[in-house]
Design a protein around this ligand. Structure first.
Ligand SMILES: [Zn+2]
Ligand SMILES: [Zn+2]
Length: 69
């Protein structure tokens, strides 16, 4: 369960540049949500990036708004 190319949260490919052999990664230039970081299992921390979908701050606060009628 420690594939560096997969998001530890959703299991999708994370498109991490570092895991692919590049010097940099898209994740270096975005601010990861602390709540997202907190959800990453200890074993995967510092080894696997989350994917963009999980890692990027969402423009709209979706979940709680959607459940209201
Ligand atoms: Zn993900
Ligand atoms: Zn990365």
């Amino acid at each position: 369960m420690s594939d560096p190319k997969r998001c530890p949260l959703c299991g999708e490919p994370n498109a991490c540049g570092v895991a692919a052999g590049d010097a940099a990664c898209w994740c270096f230039s975005v601010k990861l949500d602390p709540a997202v970081l907190a959800k990453i299992p200890e074993a995967a921390k510092g080894k696997a990036c989350v994917c963009r979908k999980c890692g990027e701050l969402r423009p709209e606060p979706a979940v709680s708004a959607r459940e209201k009628p």
